[in-house]
Design a protein around this ligand. Structure first.
Ligand SMILES: [Ca+2]
Ligand SMILES: [Ca+2]
Ligand SMILES: [Ca+2]
Ligand SMILES: [Ca+2]
Length: 435
């Protein structure tokens, strides 16, 4: 059967005919034609014969790869494992052979830009899309990449598709308290008039959560309080209010700890510490606030100062006492030695006897020097006086019997004083006081 639209026979020469196409052929529409040519003569009755031809249409690369979606959206949970498969892109090519061999690649969104994200990879053979490194939803919420599918024809044809990779939030951030500030120490205090009624708004806890959705929805709960019955916390608003009226019996300073919890799975939480001062007069706010907030620290530091002072005073006393005792002992010992040497009255009489005898024993042959200007007449310097005696006296003191060099009579103290001006007479000596 002759394909009318596509083929026809054209007379070439006598009984020779050509099989020609009469319209464009599309291999992708019909790749093979079965043609039957019948030849008939003009006799009566005519005789005929038929011949079948098979026409295969060869392919040309006239079809670019086509993605099966106009765009792709893939999802990946944040904090994902490296090299995580998140989806696949598929492009088909109607051609055959190399003209239909599709490879995938990432292309920059704009020619001037760098590749969109080095954290995304596409398998060139099968179009698998991978996230190569962990993503943080709080940093990047969506990544947009352009994927190209190209055939191996000559020339190659290609087409692009946009792939959106959405990062799915995980509850990886705990609530962060903005107010009251938890950095300040001591915690800030809210002032509450003692006349406040139930429902009085004391403060409002303000917090944020870096996550999204349920992971950032916060609820507030009163965790601890000096008087839990005095306060109520709005679960959604974070408002801290008085549950009842303040009475005189309530403590001036009330401490509260508010628990903040997000709605994630599993939930994360934080606490906010605050204090409230129940005051009858706000004018004296500085006094109780400062004294209440620092009383503990002052008490601790005062104790340390007291201990240091006590230790210092004790040491000073001990050192002073030791120095005093040492000084006294030394002084007493010195005086005692001097008394032993010179023996008080014994020394005087011995010296007088010796002077009367005209000689001094060796043990007492010392020069006595008085310090001028000294209030007490104690001996200051003692040294042997023998070297200062005249040679004859020295010789007599030495025990030799050279009588000619000495006066015949007994040597008096006056004589000795005359012979040696540095010697004291007995009267002068006796006038000295030995103490
Ligand atoms: Ca193609
Ligand atoms: Ca084709
Ligand atoms: Ca998160
Ligand atoms: Ca959270």
């Amino acid at each position: 059967m002759l394909q009318r639209l596509s083929f026809s026979l054209r007379s070439a020469y006598k009984n020779y005919f050509e099989l020609v196409t009469v319209s464009a052929l599309d291999r992708e529409e019909k790749a093979r034609y079965i043609l039957t040519v019948r030849a008939a003569d003009a006799g009566s009755p005519p005789l005929t014969t038929t011949q079948t031809f098979t026409v295969d249409i060869s392919d040309v690369n006239d079809n670019a790869p086509v993605f099966n979606q106009t765009s792709y959206t893939m999802y990946v949970r944040e904090n994902n494992a490296p090299t995580m498969l998140v989806g696949v892109v598929i492009a088909a090519d109607a051609d055959v052979g190399p003209n239909a061999k599709v490879t995938y690649s990432l292309v920059p969104t704009h020619p001037t830009e760098q590749p969109t994200c080095s954290c995304i990879s596409v398998n060139s053979e099968n179009g698998d899309v991978f996230v190569l490194q962990p993503l943080d939803y709080e940093q990047v919420r969506q990544i947009e990449v352009l994927v190209s599918a190209s055939d191996a024809g000559s020339p190659p044809l290609s087409s692009n598709v946009t792939v959106y990779i959405s990062v799915v939030d995980e509850n990886d951030n705990a609530p962060l308290v903005l107010y009251p500030s938890q950095d300040s120490s001591p915690a800030s205090s809210e002032l509450v008039p003692i006349s406040a009624e139930a429902g009085y708004l004391i403060t409002k806890v303000v917090a944020v959560d870096a996550d999204s959705g349920q992971n950032s929805w916060l609820s507030y709960h009163l965790l601890r309080a000096t008087d839990p019955g005095l306060f109520v916390v709005g679960a959604q608003s974070g408002e801290v209010r008085l549950r009842r009226s303040v009475t005189e019996r309530d403590a001036v300073k009330q401490k509260l700890v508010i628990l903040l919890r997000d709605n994630g799975q599993p939930p994360l939480s934080a606490t906010a510490a605050l204090s409230a001062l129940l005051l009858s007069d706000f004018s004296d706010v500085r006094l109780p606030q400062s004294s209440l907030t620092t009383e503990e620290e002052e008490g601790a530091s005062l104790t340390i100062y007291l201990i240091i002072s006590l230790v210092f005073v004790s040491l000073l006393f001990l050192v002073s006492t030791a120095a005093f005792v040492v000084h006294k002992v030394c002084k007493r010992k010195k005086l005692k030695d001097e008394h032993v040497l010179y023996g008080g009255n014994n020394l005087q009489s011995s010296l007088a006897d010796a002077a009367a005898a005209g000689t001094l024993p060796h043990a007492y042959c010392y020069e006595i020097s008085l310090t001028t200007g000294s209030g007490n007449s104690e001996f200051k310097f003692l040294k042997p006086i023998l070297p200062s005696l005249p040679p004859q006296l020295h010789a007599a003191g030495g025990g030799t019997n050279n009588e000619q060099d000495f006066p015949s009579g007994p040597l008096t103290a006056e004589d000795m004083a005359q012979n040696n001006p540095r010697m004291l007479s007995a009267e002068q000596f006796n006038s000295l006081s030995f103490k």
